[in-house]
Design a protein around this ligand. Structure first.
Ligand code: BG6
Ligand code: MG
Length: 233
C-alpha cells in the first residue's frame, strides 16, 4: 500500500495564533487613534491584523479621514508611540500566555519530523517568542525587518519556506488574519485559518484549542489526494 504523503513544514503566524498579542496591538492602536480623534473598534481592527506597523497607521488615518494630514516625521512619531504602548502591554508576557493547543501541536510536529517556521510581520516577534519561552521550537523565523511587503503579499511565507528548505506546496501555514490567509494562499501553501469569521482558508477552526495534528494531517492529505479541480471554460 502506498504511504500517504506528509507535509514537510508548518509555518505559524504569531500574534493571535501562538499568543493573544493581537489584542495588545488593538489596544495600543486604539489608544493612539483616540489621541488623533479617530475611533476604531474591533470590527475595524480585523483589517489591521497581519498588516505591518506603517500600513496599519495608513489604514487608521484613512479611516479617520486624515490620510494626508501628517508629515512623514509625525507618522514616524505616531508609530513610535504605538510601539511603546504595545511594548508596555508585553511587559508581563510569559509561557502561561501561550494559547491552548499550540504546545501539543509543536511537540507532535517535532515528533513527526515536520519543520517548524514563524511568519510574523511584527518587528517585536523575537521578543514575544523569547518571553513565551518558545525560541527553541522554531527551525526558522522570517525577519520582519527584511521584508519588502506586508501580508496579504506572500513574501513572508515564501521567505519562511525558503529558510526551512521546503517547497510551499509541501507546507502548511496557520493564520488568524484575513490578510494572512490571502498571503498563505498566494504562496501556494495549504492554509489553516483560526477564527470564526475567516474566509478562504483550506481548513478553518474557531480557536487554537481545536488544533490537533491528526486532524490537520488528515485534512492536508485529503487536499493532496483531491486538489481543487481546474475549471475550464
Ligand atoms: C502583526 C500584527 O503580526 O504585526 C499586526 O497582526 C501588527 O497587528 C504587525 O501591526 C506589526 O507589528 P509590530 O510589532 O512590528 O508593530
Ligand atoms: Mg496574527
Amino acid at each position: 500500500m502506498a504511504m500517504k504523503p506528509l507535509p514537510q513544514a508548518v509555518v505559524f503566524d504569531l500574534d493571535g495564533v501562538i499568543t493573544d498579542t493581537a489584542e495588545f496591538h488593538f489596544l495600543a492602536w486604539q489608544q493612539l487613534a483616540e489621541k488623533l480623534g479617530i475611533c476604531i473598534d474591533r470590527a475595524f481592527n480585523e483589517q489591521l491584523k497581519g498588516v505591518n506597523r506603517a500600513d496599519s497607521l495608513t489604514r487608521i488615518l484613512q479611516h479617520g479621514g486624515q490620510a494626508d494630514a501628517y508629515t512623514p516625521a509625525q507618522r514616524q512619531q505616531f508609530m513610535t508611540e504605538k510601539n511603546e504602548l504595545y511594548r508596555q502591554l508585553l511587559a508581563n508576557l510569559s509561557p502561561a500566555d501561550i494559547l491552548t493547543g499550540i504546545l501539543p501541536l509543536l511537540a507532535d510536529l517535532r515528533a513527526a519530523g515536520c519543520r517548524i517556521g514563524l511568519a510574523s510581520v511584527s518587528e517585536n516577534a523575537p521578543q514575544v517568542l523569547a518571553s513565551l519561552g518558545l525560541c527553541n521550537w522554531f527551525d526558522f523565523c522570517a525577519d520582519a525587518r527584511a521584508l519588502t511587503h506586508s501580508k496579504p503579499h506572500p513574501e513572508i511565507f515564501l521567505t519562511a519556506c525558503r529558510g526551512l528548505g521546503v517547497a510551499p506546496a509541501q507546507a502548511i501555514g496557520i493564520e488568524d488574519a484575513q490578510a494572512g490567509i490571502a498571503a498563505i494562499n498566494a504562496s501556494g501553501m495549504y492554509s489553516v485559518g483560526i477564527g470564526a469569521t475567516l474566509a478562504g482558508a483550506d481548513y478553518r477552526l474557531n480557536h487554537t484549542g481545536e488544533l490537533a495534528w491528526p486532524d490537520l494531517l488528515a485534512h492536508w492529505q485529503a487536499k493532496q489526494a483531491c486538489p481543487t479541480p481546474i475549471t475550464r471554460s
